[in-house]
Design a binder for this molecule. Structure first.
Ligand code: TXE
Length: 480
């Protein structure tokens, strides 16, 4: 079977212990490749390589660093079709989605931070007639980047691009469930002439290879995206070691629809924000709140359109909903649908596993599911499901819906639909979420800070925030 390899010190190599895990194609429910089951020894090798590479990479003129990273972006664009297919086979998403979202956003990440670093500047503060302060920002050193399985190359590059652009060297671990695009990416790095040891990709399990990265004393900063429970473990290990931490965790995002909205636009986008990538995006709006005067109309249309979404083979152009990432995850999602029933929910459409024919007969497909008649505080509406499952609830007043929206432990994103400008500003100001989208969803400007409040994480990624995270500030104060 095809073997994914680690990328350490510029070479593609097997893990030292020679052990591999099976990598599944979730649309077929079968293993299709092997992925290294790396351990602390492999991580040590990667840290050694990254430490050795750090002085030259951090001292390299930023324009030269930038040119290498931009070359990688060009190569991602060149290999768009191959990367999109690989991402789909690993993750279960429709190839078409990977082609228009995941892979283009991955090359955009590389290009944005590569060029951003050229314009990154530090500050000076003049203290009246008394002193001049200037701040230097230098790359922190060897950093760890750990990424999840839902948007594999997109989130992998989201972490490593600012780190590399800032002048850090990196030990990275993609999710063991979706290693293929990171493996292909390592080949692109070699082709682009990235110096040996600057980026090291160690594949393997979270509690083994991932934990070894978190615990390693020479890794001084950790950027992690994944589940909130994993985030807690990482913080518990890294905080007492005084590592810099950026944690981008789960969400249970409200999608608030006021009766004065542009109905068609709200409906169309809400279908996307509910079911894109099988609902496996931390920014999906999984709790829809609709103003009561429009509730019945919205629910009726929403269910009609949900029923039209084709669940199918990710290779098929018509497919809108592909496979969930793993059998375990599918069981978790189906378990939440059962919980919703026990809590008194009504399943208006969906609710079951989908059995397809042909090559996808054993795949992990779940019907897009719409649930009503639940209150905002039940477990179904408080816990992250991370699948093609949404609940819809009515509300009467602004204060009431703000209360519902803010009632979970999460605070990643929120979406608002209204044509009333004052209402939009008023409600946005009161929502406890890191991003509020008004009359849109998943719109991205890479210059903006990105991250969550409450249990959705700490730190902000994106723009200068990310470049700052990977640098250390020093202030020099000169008395005049
Ligand atoms: O992710 P994990 P899981 C949510 C979603 C999902 C839940 C759990 O609700 O159902 O999290 O998903 C690595 N030290 N999100 O368990 O484990 C792991 O190998 C270091 C939201 O599959 O958090 C992988 O590379 N690393 C999310 C990465 O962490 C460890 C996206 C994420 O996996 C580790 C994914 C450890 N001890 C899931 N344990 C989002 N915010 O987008 C695991 N890992």
């Amino acid at each position: 079977m095809f073997k994914v390899l680690n990328y350490i010190n510029g070479e593609l190599i097997e893990p030292k212990a020679g052990s591999f895990l099976e990598n599944y194609n979730p649309a077929e429910g079968k293993p299709y490749s092997l992925v290294p089951d790396s351990d602390a020894e492999d991580v040590q090798h990667a840290v050694d390589a990254a430490s050795l590479a750090f002085p030259a990479w951090s001292a390299m003129p930023v324009e030269k660093r930038s040119a290498i990273l931009q070359k990688i972006a060009d190569l991602i664009d060149r290999d768009l079709d191959q990367l999109a297919l690989a991402e789909s086979i690993d993750q279960g998403k429709p190839v078409k989605l990977a082609k228009v979202v995941d892979i283009p956003r991955a090359s955009a990440n590389m290009r944005f931070f590569a060029t951003g670093a050229i314009h990154f500047s530090s500050e000076a503060h003049i203290t009246g007639q008394e002193a001049i302060n200037y701040t230097t920002r230098t790359p922190v050193g060897v950093v760890g980047c750990i990424s999840p399985w839902n948007l594999p190359l997109y989130l992998f590059t989201w972490k490593i691009a600012p780190a590399l652009a800032a002048g850090c060297t990196v030990v990275a671990k993609p999710s063991e469930l979706t290693p293929m695009t990171a493996f292909l990416f390592s080949k692109l790095c070699m082709e682009a002439g990235l110096p040996n040891g600057v980026l090291n990709i160690v594949h393997g399990l979270g509690p083994k290879a991932g934990q070894a990265i978190i615990e390693h004393p020479n890794i001084v900063a950790i950027s992690f995206t994944g589940g909130t429970i994993t985030g807690k473990k990482i913080a518990a290990t890294a905080a007492p070691m005084f590592k810099k931490l950026s944690l981008e965790l789960g969400g249970k995002n409200p999608n608030i629809i006021f009766a004065d909205c542009d109905f068609e636009q709200a409906l169309h986008t809400s279908i996307q924000s509910s079911f894109s990538n099988q609902g496996e995006i931390c920014l999906c709006g999984s709790r829809i709140f609709v103003e009561r005067s429009m509730y019945n109309r919205f629910v009726e249309e929403f269910v009609l359109r949900t029923k039209k979404l084709t669940v199918g083979d990710p290779n098929d152009e018509q497919t809108k909903v592909g496979a969930l990432v793993s059998e375990a995850h599918m069981k978790k999602v189906l378990g939440y649908i059962e919980l919703a029933k026990q809590e008194g929910g009504t399943i208006l459409t969906g609710g079951k596993q989908v059995k397809l024919n042909g090559r996808c007969a054993d795949g992990y497909f779940v019907e897009p599911t719409v649930i009503t008649d639940l209150d905002a505080f039940c477990r179904t509406n408080q816990e992250e499901i991370f699948g093609p499952v949404v609940t819809i609830m009515p509300f009467d007043t602004e204060d009431e819906v703000i209360g519902y929206a803010n009632s979970t432990g999460y605070g990643l994103s929120a979406t608002l639909w209204t044509e009333n400008l004052k209402c939009a500003h008023r409600v946005a100001a009161q929502l406890k979420s890191g991003i509020i989208w008004v009359n849109c969803w998943l719109f991205r400007d890479l210059r903006t800070p990105f991250g969550g409040m409450k249990q959705s994480g700490v730190g902000r990624e994106g723009g200068w925030e990310a470049l700052r995270f990977f640098t250390e500030a020093k202030n020099v104060c000169i008395k005049i």
